[in-house]
Ligand binder design. Structure first.
Ligand code: DAH
Length: 359
């Protein structure tokens, strides 16, 4: 006959957490009393086979010795301190203080989730500096100084003895002085310049993501911040097609927002990709029927993407006749706001514990 495991751990826990002498007495009766558990267990011994008797008997005996020792230790403790101990300045009968564990900021959680999804798709993480050169942030990405799209990337320039502060009025002057050769420093306005650094540092084929902070002189409001986070991604190989971009982004979006998520690619323009597309996901709240989050459209914009422009390949010394690639860039705050229903970007940076502890 097999016997049931003895409830040693439960008994120990009960004795350890007991705080009153009366409570301890009740436990003594429950376990060691004349009609207690140990007596019950002993009563089963005669029903066992001879070889089991010895094993089982020894186990019950050991349990009984443990109980006796624990109860007597606890008794000494409770009698000594009688509830409170002025010498120690504490009341040992009070429940313990809850240890508050820290956790990762929601943006860090979302960034790690994005990196882990792309990691499982074979992408490696690359890190680029937040202080960038004007060449990497613009020229090498096929955004020449007089290109109108620069206005969309309004930028914080860094004052240095050799450089001047960028402002629209100074554009003309800068043009005459050939500012691209001056290569001023700036706070990167997107993570795309890391494409340039990664391609210069590594031999293709490449599948890379770059998470990081970016800066734009935007007035702060519910949806704008002068500093926010992006994740850039790109792949370079000899036979990359637009359908590869679609496949990767569908896999990402379904992992991030649920397997029913649909994607919509809208033709768009970015100087560093051709063709370019903005990508929307079907609204995961209303499943495309239309709600206040998707502004009744059924779609939510999540990123920009496209096939890497041959000029970008040229600027890093890759032969554009040989190499093909796709790239995409997404805002981490935007993804976090959509996924977790955060309605104001400023909440991420105020560090109000009541907000942070919800995630
Ligand atoms: N750099 C763009 C921005 O900040 C986002 C982007 C769009 C990145 C298209 C890309 C891309 O790599 O292909 O708005």
């Amino acid at each position: 006959m097999a016997f049931e495991p003895l409830p040693i751990e439960d008994a120990r826990r009960e004795i350890v957490s007991c705080t009153q002498i009366q409570e301890l007495e009740a436990l003594r009766i429950k376990y060691l009393g004349r009609r207690g558990l140990i007596q019950d267990l002993m009563a089963k011994i005669p029903m066992l086979a001879v070889d089991e008797k010895r094993l089982y008997g020894a186990a019950v005996n050991d349990f009984k010795n443990k109980l006796t020792a624990w109860i007597s230790e606890k008794e000494t403790l409770l009698k000594t301190f009688k509830g409170s101990d002025p010498a120690l300045g504490c009341d040992i009968t009070l429940p313990g203080k809850k240890v508050l564990l820290g956790k990762l900021h929601l943006l860090t959680q979302v960034k790690l989730e994005i990196c882990s999804i792309f990691g499982s798709l074979g992408f490696k993480v690359f890190d680029g500096p937040e202080i960038e050169t004007e060449v990497n942030n613009f020229e090498a990405l096929n955004i020449p100084l007089d290109h109108p799209s620069r206005d969309a990337f309004d930028t914080f320039y860094i004052k240095s003895p050799q450089s001047t502060v960028h402002s629209p009025q100074k554009k003309e002057k800068n043009k005459n002085h050939g500012p691209s050769t001056m290569d001023r420093r700036l706070l990167r306005s997107h993570t795309s310049p890391a494409q340039i650094r990664a391609m210069q540092a590594c031999e293709p084929p490449l599948a890379i993501i770059v998470p990081g902070r970016v800066y734009r002189p935007d007035a702060v409001d519910a949806s704008h911040s002068f500093m926010f986070h992006q994740v850039e991604g790109f792949v370079v190989d000899t036979d990359i097609k637009f359908s590869d971009l679609k496949g990767i982004l569908i896999a990402f979006a379904q992992e991030m927002f649920g397997s029913k998520t649909k994607l919509r690619f809208r033709p768009s323009f970015f100087p560093f990709t051709e063709p370019s597309a903005e990508v929307d996901i079907s609204c995961f709240l209303c499943e495309g029927r239309g709600c206040s989050v998707c502004k009744r459209s059924g779609w939510l914009e999540i990123l920009g993407s496209g096939m890497i422009h041959p000029h970008v390949f040229k600027s890093v010394g890759y032969d554009p006749r040989k190499w093909r690639g796709f790239a995409f860039g997404m805002g981490v705050e935007r993804i976090a706001m959509l996924k977790y229903g955060v309605t104001d970007i400023r909440l991420f940076f105020e560090n109000d514990i009541r907000f942070l502890e919800q995630f």
